[in-house]
Design a protein around this ligand. Structure first.
Ligand code: IVH
Length: 707
C-alpha cells in the first residue's frame, strides 16, 4: 500500500485539491485515485496516528466517493473505503480452519523465568550459554486474537482464534476495522496467499467514552477494554463492530506462500524482518513499541521500561512477548502442542480480576462503626492474594448492586488497597441473596444507629467487647504507642483472659502469669516488658492518638501536643482552645471534650500515670524549626510506588526532616512526587496536572545528599 501510492504524494495533493472543491462526480479513472487518497489518509490516521487532513476534508472526499459509486455501482471495488461496512449483510460465524495453527504462549512472571527461557533456547539450539542471541520484544496486547487471510492482495477472510485450529469466520466484522487494509500489495514480494495474526483492541480513552454513554442510557457498563473489544468480534451484525472503533495490531506472519505453493516466510530470515514487511504493506504493527534486543538482559530491561509506562499507553497491555528473532533458530526450537518453544509471554502483574462474593462479615471498628467486609474467592492481584475486601458501608453495597453469590470485578492498582469495581447482575445466579445489614451489633447485640446524613451504622455501647479490642489494637499499633511484640492476636488473647480490660492495664501487666501462658515463656514476657516500659516514655502525641477519640488522627494529635503541657489539662479546654489551632476543626474538638468529661476515661488516664506512663509534653512533642534553606522547605511531597532503598515511612521522615510536608493524595497543592517502582494512578494524575515536579528515588536521594 505504502510503496506505490506514497511515491505519488505530490500527485495526490494536486488531485485532493480538485476533489475537495468539486461538487460533481469523479470519472472512473479519478475514482481509483480518489479511493487511494482516502486509503492513504485512513492509513495516516488509523495506522500511524498522524492525520494529514481535517475530519471535514476527509468527509468531503469520502462523500464524493460515495456519491460517485452510488451513481455507478459497477465501478465499486471490494476494497473501496466505502465497502468496510455493509448494513445489509450479516456474519455467518461458521467454523473455519486456520492455514496454520494459532498457538498460545507460555507465561513467565520473573527475571529468573526469563533467564531459564534463554538457557532452554540455547540448549535447544546448541549455542554456548555465554553467547548472545537476539530477541524481538513487543507488547502483549490485551484484546481478542484474530487471523486474517489475504489472497491475490485482497483480504478474503478473517476468523477468531477459536480452539487454535478452527475459529469462527467474521470477515464482515474485521472489514470494519479501519487499521486493517482491505487490500495490500503482497504480490510485489511474491506472496500469493498469507495469513496474519493480530489482536483486535479498543483504545482505553474510547472505552471510557463508551461507558459514559452507556451510563447515560442506563445500559450495563462494560467491564474493561478487553471485554469491550472481544464482545463485538463474534456478533452477527457488523454495524455493532464498526461502532466500537476497533484497532488491529498485527504481530505475526503465520503463513505465506508463493504461486507454486512454496513457503515465503523463511526468506525473511528474522521475525523483525517479517514485521517490517507487514509495516511496509500498510498494516498496524508494533513499531516504536518493539525492540530487537541483543540478549535476554536487554530484553528484560526493555520489559521493565514498559512495566513502568504501560499505564500511560493508549491500549491495555497484559505483558510483553519475547520472540527468538532468528527464524531458522525458531524452527530448531519447534513447538509443543500448545505453544512455540521459541517465544514466551512475560505477564505483568494483574490489576483486575473477577471473583465471587462468598460471604459478608460485619466488623466492629474502634469507634463502633460497622464495616461490611466481603469474603471472596481468592484472586491474585498485582502479586498479592486477595480474599477479603472492604465494602465500606450499606450505601456502597446498594449503589454497586452487590449480592451474595455475585461475580464481582476486583481491582488492585499500585499501592491502592483492593476494591470492588462492579458486580455483574446479568450473571447473578438464581440462589443469590441480598446482603442484609444487621440492625444489632454483631459483638454486643446493642441496637445500631445511623445518623441521617451518614452512611455508617454505629454501635454506641462503649463497653462493646469488639470495640474494646479494636481500641486496644489501635492503642499499641505502630502509629500510636508502638508497642513491639504486642500484636492483634496477643491483644485478643489477653482480653479474653481478662489480663487487659482497658488501655491502662497494658502498663501493669502480670508478666509472671504471661510467662506461663502456652507459647509465651519467660523470654517473651521479658521482651514484652521491655517494649511496654519503653512505650511509657513516649511523647504525648502518641498517647493522644492512642486514646481512640473519633477523628483524632496522628496529625491532629501532634498539633494539639505542641500546645499541651499535661494531658489531663484537656479537661479544661474549651472548643475555642481547639479550633484556634490551625487545621483542628470543631468536630474533633467536641469529641475530645466529650472524652475528657467522662469520669471513667479520666480515671483510666490517672491509672496510666500511676503505672508510669508519661503524660507530660516532651521535647519530641515540640517541632524542630526546619531551616528555611532545607531542600524541600515550604514544599509538599508525596511518595508513590515501591521504594527500593528504604521504606515509605523512612522516606517520609527524611523528607520532613528536609522541610517537606507530606501529603496523602495528588492535588493541585502537591509540589513534588517521588516515584518508586510500579507507580500507578498517582503518577498519571500528577503528570496530567503538569505542575508537579516528578523525581525518581535516586533523584530524591541525590537532592538530600543521601545517594
Ligand atoms: S505471538 C506463535 N505476540 O497472546 C505466536 N501474541 O497467549 C503466538 N498476543 O493468542 C502469539 N500480543 O492473542 C503474540 N505481540 C504478541 C501478542 C500476542 C497479544 C496474544 C495472542 C495470543 C495470546 C497468547
Amino acid at each position: 500500500m505504502k510503496t506505490e501510492l506514497f511515491k505519488e504524494i505530490s500527485r495526490i495533493r494536486e488531485f485532493q485539491k480538485k476533489f475537495l472543491n468539486q461538487n460533481v462526480l469523479a470519472t472512473e479513472e479519478e475514482l481509483r485515485l480518489l479511493s487511494d487518497i482516502i486509503r492513504y489518509h485512513e492509513y495516516k490516521y488509523y495506522v500511524e496516528n498522524d492525520p494529514q487532513i481535517s475530519d471535514f476534508e476527509y468527509d468531503q472526499l469520502y462523500k464524493l466517493l460515495q456519491r460517485t459509486e452510488q451513481s455507478n455501482p459497477n465501478w465499486i471495488k471490494p476494497d473501496s473505503p466505502t465497502q468496510r461496512i455493509s448494513s445489509d449483510l450479516i456474519n455467518s460465524l461458521e467454523s473455519v480452519e486456520h492455514l496454520s495453527p494459532m498457538l498460545s504462549l507460555d507465561n513467565t512472571y520473573s527475571e529468573e523465568d526469563l533467564l531459564e527461557f534463554d538457557k532452554r533456547i540455547k540448549k535447544l539450539c546448541s549455542i554456548p550459554e555465554a553467547e548472545n542471541i537476539e530477541y524481538l520484544v513487543e507488547p502483549k496486547f490485551d484484546g481478542g486474537s484474530i487471523a486474517v487471510v489475504f489472497e491475490n492482495n485482497q483480504l478474503i477472510r478473517a476468523a477468531t482464534r477459536g480452539d487454535g485450529l478452527k475459529g469462527e469466520e467474521m470477515t464482515l466484522n474485521a472489514r470494519t476495522i479501519r487499521s486493517l487494509p482491505l487490500s495490500a500489495d503482497f504480490s510485489s514480494s511474491g506472496i500469493v496467499k498469507a495469513e496474519l495474526r493480530g489482536e483486535a483492541l479498543i483504545r482505553k480513552d474510547f472505552f471510557e467514552e463508551i461507558n459514559k454513554a452507556r451510563e447515560t442510557e442506563g445500559l450495563p457498563l462494560l467491564a474493561n477494554p478487553r471485554n469491550a473489544a472481544t464482545g463485538v468480534l463474534r456478533v452477527k451484525d457488523p454495524v455493532e463492530t464498526s461502532a466500537r472503533k476497533l484497532d488491529l495490531f498485527i504481530f505475526q506472519l503465520g503463513y505465506a506462500i508463493d504461486k507454486n505453493g512454496l513457503d515465503k516466510i523463511v526468506e525473511y530470515k528474522t521475525q523483525s524482518n517479517c514485521i517490517d514487511l507487514l509495516q511496509t504493506l500498510g498494516f498496524k504493527v508494533p513499531s516504536v513499541e518493539k525492540k530487537v534486543c541483543k540478549n535476554i538482559q536487554e530484553a528484560f530491561n526493555f520489559i521493565k521500561s514498559w512495566a513502568e509506562k504501560r499505564d500511560h499507553y493508549a491500549y491495555e497491555l497484559d505483558g510483553m512477548v519475547i520472540k527468538l528473532n532468528d527464524l531458522a533458530l525458531q524452527e530448531i526450537c519447534g513447538y509443543t502442542s500448545h505453544h512455540p518453544r521459541w517465544a514466551v509471554a512475560y505477564k505483568f502483574q494483574a490489576k483486575q480480576a473477577t471473583s465471587k462474593l462468598l460471604n459478608v462479615e460485619f466488623q466492629v471498628g474502634k469507634v463502633g462503626s460497622i464495616t461490611p467486609v466481603a469474603k471472596i474467592e481468592v484472586v491474585q492481584l498485582a502479586g498479592v492474594n486477595v480474599s477479603s475486601i472492604s465494602l465500606h458501608n450499606e450505601d456502597f453495597i446498594r449503589s454497586k448492586d452487590i449480592w451474595l453469590g455475585d461475580t464481582i470485578l476486583v481491582e488492585r492498582a499500585g499501592d491502592v488497597i483492593p476494591y470492588i469495581v462492579k458486580s455483574f447482575p446479568e450473571q447473578r445466579p438464581k440462589n443469590a441473596r441480598r446482603i442484609e445489614f444487621p440492625r444489632n451489633c454483631p459483638s454486643c447485640n446493642s441496637v445500631l444507629r445511623r445518623e441521617e446524613d451518614n452512611a455508617v451504622w454505629l454501635c454506641h455501647n462503649s463497653h462493646c467487647p469488639a470495640q474494646q479490642i479494636q481500641k486496644l489494637i489501635h492503642h499499641v499499633s505502630k502509629d500510636a504507642m508502638d508497642i513491639d511484640g504486642l500484636g492483634p492476636a496477643l491483644i485478643e488473647r489477653f482480653f479474653e483472659l481478662g489480663l487487659i480490660k482497658d488501655m491502662s492495664d497494658i502498663y501493669q501487666l502480670d508478666y509472671s502469669r504471661i510467662s506461663q501462658l502456652e507459647g509465651m515463656g519467660e523470654k517473651s514476657a521479658e521482651k514484652l516488658k521491655i517494649s511496654v516500659d519503653k512505650a511509657k516514655k513516649n511523647p504525648i502525641h502518641r498517647l493522644l492518638h492512642g486514646l481512640c477519640i473519633h477523628h483524632l488522627g496522628k496529625k491532629i494529635s501532634k498539633l494539639i501536643a505542641e500546645q499541651l503541657d499535661f494531658i489531663p489539662n484537656l479537661q479544661n479546654w474549651t472548643l475555642e482552645n481547639f479550633t484556634r489551632i490551625k487545621d483542628v476543626g470543631p468536630v474533633v474538638g467536641e469529641n475530645i471534650i466529650e472524652f475528657f468529661s467522662d469520669r471513667e476515661n479520666i480515671k483510666m488516664i490517672e491509672r496510666m500515670e500511676e503505672y508510669g506512663v508519661n503524660l507530660h509534653q516532651t521535647e519530641e512533642d515540640i517541632p524542630k524549626q526546619v531551616s528555611l534553606n532545607s531542600i524541600f522547605s515550604g514544599k509538599t511531597i508525596l511518595f508513590t510506588g515501591t521504594l527500593t532503598q528504604m521504606g515509605r515511612k523512612e522516606a517520609e521522615k527524611l523528607a520532613e526532616k528536609n522541610g517537606a510536608k507530606v501529603l496523602s493524595a495528588v492535588s493541585g497543592a502537591l509540589n513534588v512526587l517521588v516515584v518508586g517502582e510500579d507507580a500507578g494512578s498517582k503518577l498519571a494524575k500528577a503528570e496530567k496536572l503538569g505542575t508537579v515536579q516528578i523525581l525518581n528515588e535516586k533523584e530524591f536521594l541525590t537532592l538530600i545528599n543521601r545517594a
